[in-house]
Write a new protein. Structure first.
Length: 420
């Protein structure tokens, strides 16, 4: 297979995955009047629901089979991380292939329970709901609860299957690609909404220009940071002796998952109740108002959780002890530090510093909509998290395509050598 054919095949698979995702996001769960529900969603949605609808490509606003999307699976992943921190034995399972399979099975079981609880809440809310005398659901009782659960469970695991399939293509994380698909699918609606606000006079040209400028600056910062690296000088043994070299670490070693985990952790407990505030007790409404997007407590909660998840992921992904052992086994010495504990201590301080800076950058970028809204009172429908995901995942796709090109070129060269 030629290089061009390999890239074309990869791009076709990605496009096929996107089309499949769009088809599912437009397939409503049974017994739901989509037109009535969309009207209900427009009148009630906002805050965290806007974010969940954005990453789901509008699935939530249509109450499709992909309404929950990949989020229950990610929530289960968060719980797995917490279990690994609390139980060293559970963490040891990751050390073997059999253990990884067991962890994945447990993760999917947790996903099932999360989908069950959320689908029951959705069915309870939708049952008997009306808009202008028209019912949202044409079925009630146990049958409606069971049908809703089955539809949302099927949709979630179909999206999980799609994410795993996209991972095998080799151009990035399938979970990140699915989230990217959802955001890209929502972009036209986002631009249309902003245009409508401008036409109606809700937003002035100056305010819209200011928002666009802020988002462009954020885009530039994200591109720079996500492609930035930290060089560490090392000494490598060679046949001719020892030569100076460098090893590289990403400027953002924790990726895009900490703010996503934080947003989900803050939104999922109240998102379903937030959908229809009229059904909530007074104290729940007060809590939702207190933790709503744009409030100071929400910003503090997002900041704290992002740092927590960032350092947790850093400890799991980077692991200075293991990195130091790998360098020692290869005979590589970090310049100015002896092998063993000094190298491990240096790497730990380096990783902690990189993680601290990365989490600060993530919090600032992802808080842009709230900061802008608090400053000028205009809602921003394109979040900093969305920009972060688009740039980061696009960069992963580019790197994956480069790897495919390099592998294909190596294969072509080997074939030429064999022919000669």
């Amino acid at each position: 297979m030629t290089i061009n054919n390999q890239i074309l095949k990869t791009l076709m698979l990605l496009m096929g995955g996107l089309l499949f995702f769009r088809f599912g996001s437009h397939t409503p769960i049974p017994y739901i009047n989509s037109a009535v529900f969309e009207e209900l969603f427009k009148s009630e949605a906002g805050g965290v629901l806007q974010f969940l609808n954005l990453v789901g490509g509008g699935s939530l606003s249509r109450m499709s089979v992909f309404t929950l999307g990949i989020m229950p699976y990610i929530s289960a992943g968060i719980m797995i991380y917490i279990f690994q921190l609390a139980s060293p034995k559970f963490k040891e399972l990751q050390g073997s292939e059999e253990g990884k399979i067991k962890v994945e099975q447990f993760k999917r079981l947790l996903t099932l329970f999360i989908v069950f609880s959320q689908s029951m809440a959705i069915a309870r809310i939708l049952e008997g709901q009306t808009i202008n005398g028209e019912y949202v659901a044409s079925l009630t009782g146990v049958n409606f609860y069971f049908t809703t659960f089955l539809a949302l469970l099927s949709g979630t695991f179909i999206v999980v299957w799609l994410a795993n399939t996209l991972t095998y293509i080799g151009v990035g994380s399938g979970v990140s690609l699915v989230i990217l698909f959802g955001i890209c699918a929502s972009l036209p609606v986002t631009f249309t909404t902003m245009t409508d606000l401008l036409k109606s006079g809700s937003v002035s040209v100056v305010e819209l220009s200011a928002i666009a400028s802020v988002m462009l600056v954020a885009l530039w910062v994200v591109i720079k940071v996500e492609n930035g690296i930290r060089l560490v000088p090392v000494l490598k043994p060679t046949r001719e002796g020892v030569r100076q070299s460098t090893i590289t670490f990403k400027a953002n070693p924790v990726g895009i998952m900490p703010p996503i985990f934080s947003a989900i952790s803050l939104s999922m407990p109240i998102a379903l109740l937030d959908l229809f505030s009229g059904f909530s007790p007074v104290w729940v409404s007060n809590v939702k108002s207190w933790l709503s997007v744009g409030s100071f407590p929400h910003l503090i909660g997002f900041l704290v959780l992002t740092y927590v998840f960032g350092f947790v992921l850093s400890g799991v992904m980077l692991n200075p002890k293991k990195q130091a052992e790998n360098l020692s086994n290869q005979g590589v010495v970090v310049k100015g530090y002896r092998p063993g504990y000094p190298t491990r201590d240096y790497l730990k301080r380096l990783f902690d510093a990189l993680t601290l800076i990365a989490c600060t950058y993530l919090v600032l970028i992802c808080s842009i909509p709230e900061l802008v809204q608090m400053s000028i009172g205009v809602p921003v429908y394109m979040s900093g998290t969305s920009i972060l995901i688009i740039v980061s995942v696009s960069s992963d796709i580019r790197s994956g395509l480069r790897r495919l090109v390099n592998v294909s070129q190596s294969g072509v060269k080997k074939e030429r050598v064999l022919v000669k």
